[in-house]
Ligand binder design. Structure first.
Ligand SMILES: *Cc1c(COP(=O)(O)O)cnc(C)c1O
Length: 383
């Protein structure tokens, strides 16, 4: 039953039928009035989703392309940057910066723990010559299910005054409140296959006026990802290079669906599903990897003790056609991750938990009462 595959991974995420149908058309010319109209609508919709008046530019790339664009447009070789690293994606930020010859000062936390805002405060206050050009963090660290305290870290960046705040919001945008203008976030990167309810292929970068100032003097090489080109053409409802036009059809449909639901409802749904998933894991005697106070609304990482995480994943896939994510690097085989990001309904959560209970029983995990996980999730979902 191929069509029943249920994606409960943190990207690619499920795509609504309305979005799939919107994309199932012949491409149109991107230098046409029809495309200009779509571009105008999605540009406005993206600003709504990002809660910003800043430019939100669309790239034909994965999320990492948006991250790379967020670095190369605003910094110069040798620039000092503070990079938060408490998981695979924080590590990636460091790798991008090092690939471009930036001077990286890492602020780390153990995988599964949030970054400590105090360490950012200390490093920024110690920088009396204002040499730190940017503070770069991952908001929702997908590899561990940790939500970093962006608001607190950003407050210290604002107190510093000079540094740009550059954020990977790939699994937080469209899942939890990221008020770009209210907080003054300078560069925010995201990707279509996460909270956007779209297939992979589009990267998004929002850019503040302060970041555009830095752009003027930034000296890293750039061409395809030169955001100035995208801004110039976006002003004419166009793009500098051939965009994946069918993904733009999908983006238009997805943004309409999101607007109809409303930001508050979208955030509340992710919050509720995260809490239901966590309650269910507890009831099934499965330890949670991230602490309650720093739990990502997009993804829940679980560290089973008496059963093997990979065995659970493989049984869920084989028996129930439910795809869960595994652990990355040293967490491979130790954790599994349940994505509840984007086009996920409460019913999906109940289904996944029920299937997980059946799988656990099959694998001999005896330390919970049958039905307890579903009951715990239902209690949160129904309230
Ligand atoms: C998915 C993801 C990315 C982007 O990965 P791509 O494979 O390049 O789309 C970046 N950061 C986080 C936190 C992610 O979850």
């Amino acid at each position: 039953m191929d069509d029943k595959l249920m994606l409960m991974i943190p990207g690619p995420t499920p795509v609504p039928e309305q979005v799939l149908l919107a994309m199932a058309k012949h491409p149109i010319g991107h230098r046409s009035g029809d495309f200009n109209k779509i571009m105008a609508e999605v540009t406005e919709g993206l600003k709504w989703l990002h809660q910003t008046q800043n430019d939100v530019l669309v790239l034909a790339s994965s999320g990492t392309g948006a991250m790379e664009a967020g670095i190369i447009n605003f910094l110069s070789p040798g620039d000092r940057v503070l990079v938060g690293n408490n998981g695979k994606f924080g590590e990636r930020w460091g790798e991008v910066c090092e690939a471009y010859g930036l001077t990286v000062q890492a602020i780390t936390a153990e995988w599964g723990k949030p970054l400590d805002p105090e360490q950012f405060r200390a490093a920024l206050e110690a920088d009396t010559n204002k040499e730190i050009r940017a503070v770069i963090i991952t908001h929702s660290e997908t590899s561990t299910g940790v939500l970093n305290d962006l608001e607190a870290i950003n407050r210290h960046v604002k107190a510093h005054g000079q540094a740009l705040m550059i954020v990977d919001a790939v699994t937080s945008l469209g899942a939890v409140n990221v008020p770009i203008d209210e907080w003054g976030l300078d560069v925010v990167a995201s990707g279509s296959q996460k909270g956007y309810m779209l297939p992979p292929g589009l990267g998004f970068v929002s850019v503040s006026a302060k970041a555009w100032d830095a752009y003027k003097t930034a000296k890293l090489p750039r061409f395809y990802l030169d955001l100035g080109k995208y801004r110039k053409d976006a002003a004419k409802n166009s793009t500098p290079f051939t965009p994946p036009v069918n993904l733009f059809f999908g983006l238009q449909a997805a943004l309409r669906i999101m607007k109809a639901e409303g930001l508050e409802n979208i955030f509340a749904r992710h919050q509720r599903q995260m809490q239901a998933t966590r309650a269910a894991m507890r009831a099934c005697d499965l330890p949670l990897f991230a602490p309650d106070e720093a739990a990502s609304p997009a993804i829940t990482a679980v560290m089973p003790q008496s059963v093997d995480a990979e065995q659970i994943r493989s049984a869920m896939r084989k028996r129930f056609d439910i795809a869960l994510a595994g652990g990355q690097d040293h967490l491979k085989g130790k954790i599994f991750r349940v994505g509840h990001l984007g086009f996920v309904s409460d019913r999906d959560i109940l289904t996944a938990i029920a299937a997980l209970e059946a799988t656990l029983q099959d694998l001999g995990h005896q330390t919970f009462t049958s039905g307890a996980g579903v009951a715990a999730a239902a209690k949160v979902l129904i309230g």
